[in-house]
Design a protein around this ligand. Structure first.
Ligand SMILES: CC(C)(COP(=O)(O)OP(=O)(O)OC[C@H]1O[C@@H](n2cnc3c(N)ncnc32)[C@H](O)[C@@H]1OP(=O)(O)O)[C@@H](O)C(=O)NCCC(=O)NCCS
Length: 184
C-alpha cells in the first residue's frame, strides 16, 4: 500500500492522472531544470510518473506527488530512492522539485523533513543522503535547513551528466541520531 505523508501544509501521495499536465509543465520550465542537463518532453514526464508510481506500488515509498493540503493543488514531487548504480557512493537519497510558483514558501523543506523522518522511522535507515549539482544553491539551502552536512571530500563528477558546469556535484548526509531533520 502506498504510504501517504501529511505535514502542516502538504500531502505527499501517490500520483493521479490530473498531476500529469502540471508535472510536464514544470519539467518543461528551463528555470526548474536549470541544474539538470535538459528540460523534459511530455513523454519523458509521463514515463517518469509511471516509474514513480510503479515503485510506490511495489514498496510503498519513493517519489511522491506533493499537493497543498488546503487546496489540493499539485505543486511537485519529493521523496526517497536508493542511489542509482554507477554513482561513487551508495545509500538512500532524498530529493525534491517544485513548480516555480511554489518556491519561496518553505514547502520543499517541509516535504523533505517528512521524507527524511519516514526514512529513519519507517524504513529504519541509518543515514539519508541528498545529491545535487554544486551550483544548485536553492537545493543546497534545503539540505542546510534540514541539518544535513556536506563534506567537500565527497564532491564528485556525476557520470549521468555530460561534461560541463553541471557535472560537479555535492553530497549531503544526515544520520538518524541527528534530530534536527525532524525537529521542524
Ligand atoms: C530546490 C527547490 C525545491 C527549493 O525551493 P525553495 O522554495 O527555495 O525552498 P523551500 O520550499 O524550502 O522554501 C524556502 C524559502 O521559503 C521562505 N518561506 C516563506 N514562507 C515560509 C514558511 N512559512 N516556512 C518556511 N519558509 C518559508 C524561506 O524564507 C525561504 O526563502 P529564501 O529562499 O528566500 O531564503 C526549488 O528551487 C526547485 O524546485 N528547484 C528546481 C528543482 C531542483 O533543482 N531540485 C533539486 C534537485 S537535487
Amino acid at each position: 500500500m502506498v504510504s501517504e505523508l501529511r505535514t502542516d501544509r502538504l500531502v505527499l501521495r501517490g500520483w493521479r492522472a490530473s498531476d500529469l499536465a502540471p508535472w510536464a509543465a514544470m519539467n518543461a520550465d528551463p528555470v526548474v531544470r536549470a541544474y539538470f542537463p535538459e528540460v523534459l518532453t511530455r513523454a519523458q514526464s509521463e514515463a517518469s510518473v509511471a516509474r514513480f508510481q510503479a515503485d510506490l506500488d511495489r514498496r510503498g515509498w519513493g517519489w511522491w506527488a506533493v499537493e497543498l493540503a488546503a487546496t489540493g493543488e499539485f505543486v511537485g514531487f519529493a521523496g526517497l530512492d536508493p542511489v542509482e548504480d554507477g554513482m561513487p557512493f551508495t545509500g538512500v537519497e532524498a530529493g525534491w522539485r517544485l513548480a516555480r510558483p511554489a518556491w519561496g514558501h518553505g514547502y520543499a523543506t517541509e516535504a523533505a523533513r517528512a521524507v527524511v523522518s519516514y526514512g529513519f522511522e519507517r524504513l529504519g535507515l541509518a543515514e539519508v543522503l541528498a545529491v545535487t549539482a554544486a551550483g544548485n544553491l536553492r537545493s543546497r539551502a534545503v539540505m542546510d535547513r534540514l541539518g544535513m552536512s556536506h563534506d567537500p571530500a565527497d564532491d564528485f563528477d556525476d557520470p549521468e551528466v555530460p561534461e560541463g558546469p553541471l557535472r560537479r556535484s555535492v553530497v549531503y548526509r544526515i544520520r538518524a541520531g541527528d534530530r534536527r531533520a525532524t525537529d521542524g
